[in-house]
Design a protein around this ligand. Structure first.
Ligand code: SAM
Length: 506
């Protein structure tokens, strides 16, 4: 794995699981920086940090935790980079396009930094996330305006790393430290939690041991590590206390969760969900992203037994062709995947599913691609994300023969997306005139409107006062426009439920 030399997967796994060895992060001094005035709290008011997140929910959560950790250092969040003292780009490396976006963004930030410098003001620029982890020093070479490169396992060190930057160093910290960042990262204030809304993410698991041949995740996020149950419960209680109503447990491979329970034994995700369902104030639970191989009995039982666990599962399959699934090292076949779906539907008939698909994986023939299209019909998804295969340096698939030409990938992506859109429209159409509990999250685009989510993650717009934000209310769907559902509040009490009719494969 040429581009990931400083943190071989096995070494991380040993260090992070056993707590042996490790020592302090390797913080590298790169080049001296011109010393400009950096505002300090109490001198010219609070400092401001602008954090821009790219990619997945894990990055959104991490960005919040970085902001929480910087708040006691006197940093207030700002929505615009122009007035920031510190700009953090929290990056995604999953596909080439996502990684390249970061460099164009850095071009814009460099211009801001230069303009601020002309006024005698310094903007510190940090690159965090998976691009930071994968590219490390290369970022400083391509974008010398960057002051700090910090990998996902080192966010808790931000205050110390920034102190070094202030002393004129350019710093890279992409180690996998032995200490647990979650023990050190600061909790959000009540105000920060309220400002983020009634639905929150909580990371319960990080990293991936699956080694899909297309994926950079095992290298950028490291080995699978699960947080202990007690710490997750405490975090959820804190969120509930500040008004959060819905929690989505997140992890790169969330259903491989195996964190230590209060009894000292490893708990499954199903058991964790059961415990969190007891937290007062939490009306809804979700989790993402799951791997088909880790759909085990306690998770299925949780869907059967917990009314607050929403009947929607994002279960990426990537391809409908067994040949391609083998080449991807997915460790499951089409039949295993369909079996996982059937077991879930057996526990809860109205379960809805979504997936991720990759088209144009090396060696994918028209016949393989058609197998993906037929799987779409067989499952009857509520929605899906689809991507053109993107060769990532250092991953096995990037070295495979039979790379699929770009124009073939584009043509297949178009066909797949059209099929997904038809499926999603059919799923939404079945919602018409039905009643669901909706959790209202925010004001709508038009005055007097508020927007919420159905149990199946559909956006639903109603005309209602904004005081209903945070409530779970029964709504009848009255109209469907493209992918937006419109509805009217019912007089019936909370938790009235008329589930979607089961539609296996339809
Ligand atoms: N836990 C998920 C799984 O393996 O089932 C992985 C989530 S990944 C962060 C998000 C999605 O990005 C993947 O499910 C996959 O569809 C897509 N993806 C990952 N690597 C890719 C690549 N090299 N090219 C194109 N799409 C990719």
């Amino acid at each position: 794995m040429g581009i990931y030399p400083r943190h071989s997967f096995l070494r991380q796994k040993r260090l992070r699981r056993t707590g042996r060895a490790g020592g302090p992060a390797q913080v590298q001094i790169h080049q001296p920086l011109q010393r400009l005035k950096v505002s300090k709290p109490g001198m010219s008011g609070a400092r401001k940090v602008h954090i821009k997140s790219f990619g997945c929910q894990m990055n959104v959560y991490d960005s919040h935790r970085m902001a929480d950790t910087l708040a006691p250092e006197g940093f207030a969040e700002t929505a615009t980079p122009e007035d920031a003292d510190l700009v953090i780009l929290n990056t995604c490396h999953i596909r080439e396009k996502a990684a390249e976006k970061v460099y164009s963004e850095l071009g814009r930030v460099r211009a801001l930094k230069q303009a601020a410098a002309r006024d005698g003001r310094r903007i510190v620029v940090a690159v965090a996330g998976c691009v930071a982890q994968a590219e490390g020093r290369e970022i400083l070479r391509r974008a010398p305006s960057v002051d700090l490169v910090v990998g996902p396992q080192s966010y808790h060190r931000l205050p110390a790393l920034l102190a070094r930057v202030e002393r004129g160093e350019a710093v890279i910290d992409t180690e996998f430290p032995v200490e647990d960042k979650f023990d050190i990262l600061k909790a959000p204030s009540r105000e920060a939690t309220r400002a983020r809304g009634v639905s929150a993410f909580v990371t319960v698991q990080e990293g991936c041991d699956k080694f899909c041949t297309f994926s950079v995740v095992p290298y950028t996020r490291g080995a699978e590590v699960s947080r202990p149950v007690a710490k997750i419960v405490a975090e959820v209680e804190h969120l509930a206390d500040a008004g959060v109503r819905e929690v989505t447990l997140i992890g790169q491979n969330v259903n491989a969760y195996h964190g230590e329970g209060p009894d000292g034994s490893p708990w499954t995700l199903g058991r964790l969900l059961e415990r969190i369902a007891d937290v007062r104030g939490i009306g809804r639970l979700r989790y993402t992203t799951s791997h088909p191989c880790d759909v085990e009995a306690s998770l299925i039982a949780a869907h059967r037994d917990l009314p607050s666990l929403m009947p929607h599962l994002h279960l990426p399959v990537q391809s409908g062709s067994d040949r391609i699934l083998v080449a991807m090292n997915r460790r499951h076949g089409r039949a295993d995947y369909l079996d996982a779906i059937a077991r879930m539907r057996g526990a809860r008939a109205d379960m809805a599913f979504s997936s991720d698909f990759i088209v144009g994986f090396p060696g994918e023939s028209e016949q393989d691609f058609r197998a993906t299209l037929s799987l779409l019909d067989e499952v009857g998804y509520a929605g899906a994300f689809s991507f053109k295969y993107s060769a990532r340096p250092g991953t096995p698939a990037a070295e495979m023969a039979d790379q699929v030409p770009e124009e073939v990938k584009s043509e297949r992506l178009q066909r797949l997306q059209a099929a997904i859109d038809r499926r999603q429209a059919a799923f939404n159409a079945r919602s018409l005139h039905r009643s669901f509990d909706i959790l209202f999250e925010k004001a709508g685009r038009r005055p007097g409107q508020i927007v919420g989510r159905s149990p199946y993650l559909q956006a639903v717009v109603v005309t209602a006062p904004s005081t209903a934000i945070g409530d779970i209310r029964s709504v009848t769907i009255t109209e469907i426009r493209t992918n937006s559902l419109f509805g009217a509040l019912n007089a019936t009490p909370v938790r009235a439920r008329e589930p979607m009719p089961a539609e296996a494969g339809g």
